[in-house]
Design a protein around this ligand. Sequence first.
Ligand SMILES: [Fe+2]
Length: 254
Amino acid sequence: MIDLHSHLLPGVDDGSRSVEQSVGVLTRMAAAGITDIVLTPHLDASRVLEGPPPEHDEAFAALSPLIPSGIRVHRGAEIMLDRALTPRVVATRRVTLGGSRYVLVEFTRLVASRAATTALHQVVKAGLVPLVAHPERYQVCSPAQVRQWRDLGALIQVDANTLFAASGRGDRARQLVGQGLADVLAADNHGDVRTLADPFRRLVEAGHEEVAQVLMVANPAAILADQPTEQVEACEITMPLFQRLKGWLGELKE
Ligand SMILES: [Fe+2]
């Protein structure tokens, strides 16, 4: 499995706090069958002029010699699209996923549909492919909205562990994957225990091994190789009613 979204560059954002913590997570991921992972620390587009800030390079230099065997670590960023990417950022590809044409992007939770659509269109026009991180978090998320983003050239990354969550967010994630509107599943690990292994197993158990393969192996591999991704088949992902009720009750209490 290949995970394109993680916060394991130590001490630079709200993810892993130390080199030791990152090495621990990477060791567990390698044991769980993750062959490649991209480090995608948060970066605001308005603060990136050309590439990652020096503290990111320093953190990577500290982690590099200690990366456990069995897992390859690539660099990238999760870019908050609070303004357009500069031509230098586009040209150098230093904050894209492994230096490819694909760039992981996010918005604030309450982003307006039009602002998000315009921002994604700008990235596409500049010559990169935006991979929208966890759209199920956004208030404007719906299958129709996501279909519009895909039509203008964006790809969609649903959170792998939300896919089986009994919550409104989980329902939206299942709708997107169910309708073939997701291109990639990623774990978005923040120095914790989340990996792709559990969602992969649950999709296989639900009879969707081919879908799991494309979302967590073939498409992430294509992105890292700077190749086109493939369309994922629609599939029905259901949750037992009692689990959904439990989730909804939990959300009401929050
Ligand atoms: Fe993230």
